[in-house]
Design a protein around this ligand. Structure first.
Ligand code: HEC
Length: 172
């Protein structure tokens, strides 16, 4: 199965499992497992790992970069929002992993009050869908107050797993 199909299948299935959850916070987002430099919370959702000296895991750093190349034009620098699109550094507290995947893959359109706001679908854009988890963990870190504004000062080395996954996603 291509990564794109996996992403869209996940996007369809996961929201069903994840409705009506309480807001995310630092405690829920705590990293409990580490698989080759990628971190997961107690429920098995991807999360960030930030050391006391500010060193972020590779995926959080990568998410910072991807966000600022593909999302910030509408959602503002560091997820602070704009007059056009919501402040993800706030609203991600209430958006679980499955919902995030589905919104980013499929987009969203809100027509009302004479104003049209459109969240584009990124399900066909490798520069986004190959980095969904990176974007998710970065925005999660921003929303629970674990990552300050700006470029992370230090980052972990890029894990071999990230290199392999990237090569197969971008090439496939
Ligand atoms: C062209 C402008 C634009 C770009 C680029 C964009 N978005 Fe959006 N996004 C929007 C708008 C507008 C909404 C609100 C849609 C609505 O009203 O339902 C939105 C909504 C969202 C939501 C739901 C937020 C909420 O509070 O309900 C998420 C999550 C999201 N975007 C993530 C992303 C990510 C991740 C990227 C980059 C890969 C991105 N967006 C790029 C315009 C954009």
């Amino acid at each position: 199965m291509s990564v794109r199909k996996v992403v869209s299948v996940l996007a369809l299935l996961l929201p069903l499992a994840g409705f009506a959850q309480a807001a995310d916070d630092k405690e829920k987002a705590a990293a409990v497992t580490d698989e080759n430099g990628k971190y997961y919370d107690a429920e098995g959702n991807p999360t960030f790992k930030i050391e006391e000296d500010g060193t972020v895991d590779w995926y959080t750093f990568s998410g910072y970069r991807r966000y600022h190349s593909d999302c910030h034009v509408c959602h503002g620098p560091d997820g602070v929002g704009s007059s056009y699109a919501p402040a993800l550094a706030e609203t991600m507290k209430n958006i679980d992993y499955g919902t995030f995947l589905s919104i980013v893959a499929e987009g969203r359109k809100n027509l009302g009050a004479g104003k049209e706001s459109v969240m584009p679908a990124f399900g066909d854009n490798k520069n986004v869908y190959c980095y969904m988890d990176d974007l998710y963990v970065y925005l999660r870190a921003r929303a629970v107050g674990a990552a300050p504004r700006g470029r992370p000062p230090k980052k972990a080395d890029k894990p071999q797993q990230a290199k392999d996954d990237e090569a197969s996603c971008m090439g496939g």
